[in-house]
Write a protein that binds this ligand. Structure first.
Ligand code: FES
Length: 99
């Protein structure tokens, strides 16, 4: 029997408030955290000052893992050099729509 391949580390932050990267969340899910609440407890992701803007991305990771035991390659798309957005702060500075 061949040794199981070690999962690739993904050091991209999913939760900017608490600086939790994708690998940390993936590891928690593999260890059995299968709900948002369990991931919050294990990693502190999703319970930061912004109120949880990362939660939909964590949910997506949970859903994909539930479906086929894999994780999205880019769990939090939209940030980074190619997107033109450099930080979460820039996202939050979008003008609010009038009500
Ligand atoms: S980005 Fe995760 S709680 Fe703010």
């Amino acid at each position: 029997m061949e040794p199981k391949a070690k999962p690739k580390e993904n050091k991209a932050y999913v939760c900017y408030c608490n600086k939790v990267d994708a690998s940390t969340i993936e590891s928690a899910i593999r260890r059995g955290c299968r709900t948002l609440g369990r991931v919050f407890d294990a990693t502190q992701a999703g319970v930061g000052a912004c109120g949880g803007t990362c939660r939909p991305f964590i949910e997506k990771m949970l859903e994909q893992y539930e479906k086929d035991q894999t994780f999205p390659a880019n769990p939090r798309p939209g940030l980074g050099p190619k997107s033109g957005l450099k930080s979460e702060r820039r996202l939050s500075n979008k003008p609010k729509r009038p009500r």
